[in-house]
Design a protein around this ligand. Structure first.
Ligand code: DC
Length: 235
């Protein structure tokens, strides 16, 4: 009889998907996690939550010590939803789902994400998502910093124009008033902040597979990544 050793959490395979806002990461990661039956880490949500917590507690974005404490002690619960339902996110007892994806909170997140102490305070929490049978990790530094030993690293990009249009559609569908030229400016500013910051800047890991999703539909991106997963014998 062959006795198989139970896999330790740190041995669970990780699919690290990095890229700028609007590259399609969020949706494709959700589809991949569902298809593979793996855990999902939306690391951007953690930075967004730190931004909301800072606003709730009136912590200034220049108060790095207080931001580090908030990041290290986030009282948050991710309640999974069924089917297409994204589930709920409860921060300090409040359902923050509706505001989590807003442009305003995205801008706050980008600011707190540039604070090195916030990034290190979130490391352990992010790594705790790595549990068998595997993890799909969505972010900016999944393959470079958080899971440098990831089983497969993917870097998704798309032109600024296309990313702005995708975001425009998403926000309009949610009933948010937005202007396309303003979104282009916001995306360019956020890209600059994310790529030029000193700690964990947005860049592909040297061993990442680069996929430009400009002109690709989400199903095409999903199938492309599933093909990579299968080709490498990950599942
Ligand atoms: O993916 P998102 O839009 O939810 O991310 C919000 C902000 O957080 C974005 O400006 C980049 C930052 N972020 C980061 O610096 N590192 C991550 N791993 C994820 C997000």
């Amino acid at each position: 009889m062959v006795i198989r050793k139970k896999k330790q959490p740190e041995e669970a395979p990780v699919l690290a998907v990095d890229g700028p806002s609007g590259s399609g990461k969020g949706t494709v990661c959700r589809l991949l996690a569902r298809e593979l039956g793996w855990n999902l880490l939306d690391s951007g949500a953690l930075y967004r939550l730190v931004g909301i917590a800072a606003r709730n507690h009136r912590v200034g974005l220049d108060n790095h010590v207080a931001l580090e404490v908030l990041a290290g002690h986030l009282d948050v619960q991710f309640l999974p939803g069924a089917g297409d339902d994204e589930g709920r996110v409860i921060l300090e007892g409040e359902d923050v789902g509706p505001m989590l994806r807003s442009e305003e909170v995205g801008a706050l997140a980008s600011e707190v994400a540039a604070v090195p102490a916030v990034r290190s305070a979130l490391l352990t929490r992010q790594r705790a998502f790595r549990i068998p049978p595997g993890l799909v990790a969505d972010g900016r530094d999944m393959g470079t910093v958080v899971f440098p030993d990831a089983t497969l690293k993917v870097f998704l990009t798309a032109s600024v124009g296309e990313r702005a249009e995708r975001r425009y559609k998403q926000l309009k569908d949610k009933g948010e008033a937005v202007s396309l030229p303003r979104l282009v400016e916001d995306i360019e500013a956020r890209d600059r902040r994310d790529t030029e910051r000193a700690v964990a800047p947005l860049r592909p890991a040297p061993d990442a597979v680069l996929v430009d999703t400009t002109g690709m539909g989400i199903t095409e991106v999903f199938l492309r990544l599933m093909a990579e997963v299968k080709e490498r014998g990950i599942v």
